[in-house]
Design a protein around this ligand. Structure first.
Ligand code: HEM
Length: 444
């Protein structure tokens, strides 16, 4: 009897993974559950997986059912549906990792923060951080960029760019010197934490991390230690900026200690990891085509077009599933979604949709000479920075930072991508393992 109950329970649990819940909409397709695990096997990157398993269905229906992070979700790509979701944030309410996967290493790291929260909590976090993120001090970029230009080695560059990006977010937005270009201390700590978080098996089944598994308990402890160390660093701020706003809010009781740490961490993480992804993709497209480099040198506006086109084809944040329906709702007048279902968007699918973009797989920066970038964001044709009420606060800063770096590199070097590369298998999109040859322009 007990054995039959156990078998029935196990079968039920397997079915929960294999099939979407009965009350999910029937008029959109289901992506086979195993697609979510393909990234663990290393054969395909996420652009391959998208082309093989998601593209056709998303182009035809604009939305699909997909298994991800221990649950079935609805993933949307059609711009009209996205606008409806983005405008209706009371129904499609933010519900980040701290609610979706509580007890996971990732939720322990980033907690409840300005990106993942909703309602009055979000307004509170926003009142603390908005000004420092939207109006950064851009002066330090000049010296940091000059420094990094001399550090660019002939070889793997991710670590160098990550240190640059970390130094910038500290100097320009947070008002703290992370000394990331001086030494590798903080950079190495963050790399270590990221390795603990992005374990493919636990990314697919994060709810297992709630169990007392020794390796996961250790990872959470290490994350906690880093958060404590980082909180101290924030309290040592020397300039005005997000750190001083956060410390003041903590002292005035506007934020609890946990909220202070959660928001300090997310500002540092979003503020340097996301631009880093874009920097890498930009160097990938430019390093693959010397004519493109030449055009950017001779026509400054062209670099803007290259950046927009890179955001379309290689959106740094691809799949964002962090909204949960607060009531049953009909999306686009026909997709009936029950209450309590996670709904997300897939930037890669929208950017490569042939119903939205002509020749979607061709890298054509020229197309932006007749497309209004702001309108493309508002209409959700290009949701790389979201683009509506919950739009990215750091967009202007990130674009300026990436442009400053690329412009400086183009002024000093001709560079060439030496190897054939793949993109990340899941999560944020960026090329991996790029190797470059940089040649000083006056030496050529
Ligand atoms: C290329 C770089 C970046 C990209 C592609 C990017 C993308 C995004 C996206 C797609 C969202 C919406 C997330 C959602 O729908 O849940 C977002 C929100 C946000 N981003 Fe960025 N981001 C970038 C850089 C930055 C930087 C440098 C900061 C600075 C700290 C930042 C801070 C934020 C904040 C605070 C929000 C939440 C806004 C709100 O909900 O009020 N981002 N970002």
């Amino acid at each position: 009897m007990i054995l039959s109950l156990i078998i029935a329970y196990v079968l039920f649990k397997i079915l929960e993974v294999v099939l979407p819940p009965w009350n999910f909409p029937r008029n959109i397709p289901t992506i086979p559950f195993y697609v979510s695990f393909l990234s663990s096997f290393g054969k395909y990157d996420q652009i391959d997986i998208f082309n093989l398993y998601l593209r056709e269905k998303l182009e035809k229906y604009g939305a699909v059912k997909i298994y991800f992070a221990s649950r079935w979700n609805i993933l949307v790509s059609r711009p009209e549906l996205l606008v409806e979701i983005f405008k209706n944030d009371g129904v499609f309410a933010k519900s980040g990792n701290h609610i979706k996967i509580p007890g996971s290493v990732l939720a322990t790291y980033t907690g409840d923060n300005i990106i993942s929260s909703t309602g009055s909590t979000w307004l509170n976090y926003r009142s603390v951080l908005k000004n420092s993120i939207q109006f950064p001090n851009l002066d330090p970029l000049t010296k940091n960029t000059a420094k990094v230009l001399n550090m660019l080695p002939d070889g793997e560059i991710t670590d160098t760019l990550q240190r640059y990006s970390l130094q910038n977010i500290g100097d320009c937005i947070m008002g703290v010197d992370f000394e990331a270009l001086e030494n590798t201390n903080m950079h190495n700590q963050i790399k270590y934490i990221k390795r603990q978080i992005f374990k493919p098996f636990f990314m697919n089944f994060p709810s297992i991390e709630k169990l007392p598994i020794p390796s996961r308990l250790k990872a959470k402890k290490e994350v906690e230690n880093f958060r404590f160390w980082f909180g101290q660093k924030i309290k040592e701020h020397t300039q005005i900026g997000a750190a001083s706003e956060l410390v003041q809010a903590l002292e005035n009781g506007v934020l609890t200690n946990k909220q202070f740490l959660d928001n300090s961490i997310i500002t540092m993480v979003a503020g340097h990891e996301n631009p880093l992804l874009l920097m890498q993709s930009l160097l990938f497209v430019l390093g693959s085509d010397s004519n493109l480099q030449e055009k950017c040198r001779s026509t400054p506006k062209f670099l803007d077009f290259v950046i927009y086109e890179t955001l379309r084809m290689y959106p740094p944040l691809n799949q964002i599933i962090n909204r949960c329906t607060t009531r049953s709702v009909q999306l686009g007048g026909e997709i009936q979604i029950p209450q309590g279902v996670y709904v997300g968007y897939m930037n890669l699918a929208t950017g490569r949709d042939k119903n939205v973009w002509k020749d979607p797989d061709c890298f054509k920066p020229e197309r932006w000479s007749v497309i209004d970038y702001t309108k493309a964001k508002r209409d959700a044709h290009l949701p790389a920075f979201h683009g509506r009420k919950r739009a990215c606060l750091g967009e202007k800063y990130a674009l300026f930072e990436c442009k400053t770096l690329v412009h400086a590199i183009l002024g000093k070097y001709n560079f060439e991508l030496l190897n054939k590369i793949k993109f990340t298998p899941s999560g944020p999109i960026s090329p991996i393992g790029m190797k470059f040859k940089f040649r000083k322009i006056e030496e050529i």
